[in-house]
Design a protein around this ligand. Structure first.
Ligand code: CMP
Length: 137
């Protein structure tokens, strides 16, 4: 078993329980177990730390404002080959390029408002899980 991290972004969370539920159902039907889940609003400092890898990118300031603009749903997930499987389910960063049936195809609006974030490696998954849920004993 391996682990990964999913974040449902503010524009989806503000749309209410139905899309959150539909996304979590698809994730569970795809073989993931939910280990932990929390809805919270990231402050700017945590958002900057979460996306630190992008700090030199031209979209960084906009990304930090957007991701801290309202509550997000953070999910710690487990299954075999979790990082790769979740990235497959999430689809391409740009919803316009995401394969049919992927979460970004179904729920994404734009390159920035792309519905969900998924960890891009096992190291990122551990880091993101620790940032949001704290270190486990
Ligand atoms: P995510 O997978 O969470 O990782 C970084 C986020 O930055 C990405 O999803 C998008 O929300 C956003 N992003 C990536 N590329 C761009 C871009 N070119 N312009 C604006 N936002 C972007």
């Amino acid at each position: 078993m391996s682990e990964t991290f999913l974040m449902i972004k503010p524009e989806v969370v503000s749309a209410g329980a139905q899309p959150i539920g539909a996304i979590l159902e698809l994730v569970q039907r795809s073989g993931f177990q939910i280990r932990n889940l929390v809805q919270r609003q990231l402050d700017r400092a945590l958002a900057q730390e979460f996306y630190a890898v992008h700090r030199e990118r031209p979209f960084f300031a906009s990304l930090v404002s957007y991701i801290s603009s309202g509550p997000v749903v953070c999910v710690h997930l487990e299954r075999d080959d979790a990082v790769r499987r979740l990235r497959e389910l999430v689809g391409a960063t740009d919803p316009a390029e995401a394969a049919a049936g992927t979460l970004r195809f179904l729920y994404g609006r734009s390159l920035q408002e792309n519905a969900v974030h998924a960890s891009d490696s096992e190291d990122s998954a551990r880091r993101e899980i620790s940032l949001i849920f704290g270190r486990r004993p």
